[in-house]
Design a protein around this ligand. Structure first.
Ligand code: PLP
Length: 384
């Protein structure tokens, strides 16, 4: 059966048709290079700068504080490596224990160049320890990176508290907001984040288009040198259509956020009920979470088997496990939360979007318990 119900929106989202319409003129027809001085180039420059203004307006910052990138991964590297290296290659960088691999890799790259890396633990709900942050800051951490919302569990970080502590200690604060942008209100006038990463394909925009907010006065060492573009911080001809799509997608997501949020909350509640009734364990249950994300585990089941069985029933979801060389490793996010390996291996992530419908929820509510029961049936091999 081909998939007809898409509940894997934290992996990526379908592009909104209004976003496609905004992008099309910059793919066909008006194809100029924004660096060219002729009219075609200047039209493209105009579109790029309008996209920067639209993006900045959605985030509560100045257009000059937006650097377009190829996505969240690049924005994370530019923030963590670029900001740290511009302050010298030594010292302490502190990251949350459940960060995306892009942030982890950026911190490890700094470690290879002489920096010390501190992993800030999270509690059983996935919330980063402020005590550990205080200790790292007292020891002179120069850069802190903590994600706004976790991609697997949807758990939200205590951002104001983290930002205030970093500011008071003189450390830079980078926030990976790839899963938060378009799903919560981000107002950079209200919270003292220095660097913030977003990625268009997580909020019904195109893949390969991201942005990094760089607060005025924060210096960066370019991670992709070789051109004057993006104030020299990110060389390479700009993805004009991608930037236009990002700006439009973010405005649309914010305009529709209140309605989407309450609908998703209601849907998520129904999924939680169905999953708990089927013996599931809710991960991050006691933390504030994104309304669109649900992580549930079944001891003795394999998350991968759940995903495959649901896919065969036409429902696309995700497991909390990273599949490497044929063996499923429990998710590092759940491991950091202290979720027992047997439970962590049986994790299922359901992630909704504003496009999720009532019919899709009704069908999934029915199918999920059936799939769980079938996989739990005696005689089925449980994961090693
Ligand atoms: N950060 C988080 C929290 C993510 O969930 C993702 C994508 O899954 C990324 C960064 C990477 O974003 P991109 O796919 O745009 O490189």
């Amino acid at each position: 059966m081909t998939t007809s119900i898409y509940l894997d929106n934290n992996a990526t989202t379908p592009v909104d048709s209004r976003v496609v319409a905004a992008m099309l003129p910059w793919l066909a027809g008006a194809f100029g290079n924004p660096s060219s001085i002729h009219a075609a180039g200047q039209r493209a420059r105009g579109a790029l700068e309008a996209a920067r203004e639209e993006t900045a307006a959605s985030l509560g910052c100045s257009p000059r504080e937006i650097v377009f990138t190829s996505g969240g991964t690049e924005a994370d590297h530019l923030a963590v490596q670029g900001a740290f290296l511009s302050r010298g290659a030594t010292g302490l960088v502190a990251i949350g224990a459940t960060e995306h691999p892009a942030v982890v890799a950026a911190a490890r790259a700094l470690e290879a160049r002489g920096a010390a890396v501190r992993i800030l633990p999270v509690d059983e709900n996935g919330v980063v320890s402020l005590d550990a942050l205080d200790t790292a800051l007292a020891e002179g951490a120069r850069l802190v990176s903590v994600m706004w919302a976790n991609n697997e569990t949807g758990v939200l970080a205590p951002l104001e508290a983290i930002a205030a502590r970093c500011r008071a200690a003189g450390a830079l604060f980078h926030c990976d907001a790839v899963q938060a942008a378009g799903k919560v209100v981000i107002d950079l006038r209200q919270v003292t984040i220095d660097l913030l990463s977003i990625s268009a394909h997580k909020f019904h925009g195109p893949k390969g288009a991201g942005a990094l907010f760089v607060r005025r006065g924060v210096a960066l060492a370019a991670q992709q040198p070789g051109g004057h573009q993006e104030r020299g911080w990110r060389g390479g001809t700009e993805n004009v259509a991608g930037a236009v799509g990002l700006g439009r997608a973010l405005s649309l997501a914010l305009a529709e956020l209140p309605e989407a949020d309450s609908r998703q909350l209601a849907f998520r509640q129904r999924f939680i009920k169905a999953a708990l009734a089927a013996g599931g364990h809710l991960n991050g249950a006691n933390a504030a979470r994104l309304s669109n994300t649900l992580s549930v585990s079944w001891a003795g089941l394999s998350g991968e088997a759940l995903v495959i069985a649901l896919d065969l029933a036409g429902i696309a979801t995700s497991s909390g496990s990273a599949c490497a060389a044929g063996s499923t490793e429990p998710s590092p996010v759940l491991a950091a939360m202290g979720v027992a390996p047997a439970l962590a291996k049986g994790a299922l992530r359901i992630s909704l979007s504003r496009m999720t419908t009532e019919e899709e929820v009704v069908l999934t509510e029915q199918v999920l318990p059936e799939v769980v029961a079938r996989l739990q049936a005696p005689g089925r091999k449980s994961p090693a």
